[in-house]
Design a protein around this ligand. Structure first.
Ligand code: GRF
Length: 192
């Protein structure tokens, strides 16, 4: 039975595009909805162009009331009956209560080789530390930020003259390959 996948975005949605474009043919999943926490998210137009339903739950409308924002987000998700939720460039931190509602069915992609560099500015931190490699991680979302069981990783070299932007671009290319690969496998295991 085909699994329904909701994708949450905050910005351009390049990871969302990679996930949607992979969910064709014999893929065990299909995109159910793309939800953005900002009406200005560039990924909304990309989702429209790909024929995927979209919704916006603007976190600014809840003026810092995280519980109210998450209740609205949960309602929006329930409207589309997802089996799995993929955070893809989604920049809001979800509470333990919210994560608990979805019992291990939320995935996230983080632009570092976790457990190194949880949080923000991962590429600048890796360069600053003199690391020779960086990368990205797809993991199950748990109440602790960037901390859940790791489902897949991809690494890239850091070049001596790399800026954080150079490294971010190199890692993003790997994200677009890794996330669809991990989601396909996760859904195959999920529906087994
Ligand atoms: C990128 O920095 C990516 O590394 C991280 O989220 C940001 C935006 O990604 N996962 P996207 O283009 O919105 O998918």
């Amino acid at each position: 039975m085909t699994q329904r996948v909701a994708i949450l975005i905050s910005g351009g949605g390049s990871n969302m595009v990679s996930l949607v474009e992979d969910m064709v043919g014999d893929h065990p999943g299909r995109p159910a909805v793309v939800i953005a926490n900002s009406p200005g998210a560039g990924g909304l137009a990309k989702a429209d162009a790909l024929g995927v339903a979209t919704d916006v739950v603007d976190h600014r409308a809840f003026k810092g009331d995280r519980a109210a924002f998450e209740a609205a987000l949960h309602t929006a998700l329930l409207n589309h009956q997802p089996d799995v939720i993929c955070l893809a460039g989604f920049m809001r931190i979800l509470s333990a209560d919210f994560v608990g509602l979805w019992q291990g069915r939320i995935l996230n992609i983080h632009p570092s080789l976790l457990p190194k560099y949880k949080g923000l500015h991962t590429h600048a931190r890796a360069i600053e530390a003199g690391d020779k490699e960086a990368g990205c991680t797809v993991h199950v979302v748990t109440p602790d930020l960037d901390d859940g069981p790791i489902l897949g990783q991809a690494s890239v070299p850091i070049h001596a003259d790399d800026t954080a932007e150079d490294l971010a671009a190199r890692v993003l290319t790997e994200e677009h390959r890794l996330y669809p690969q991990v989601l396909r496998r996760f859904l195959q295991d999920f529906s087994a």
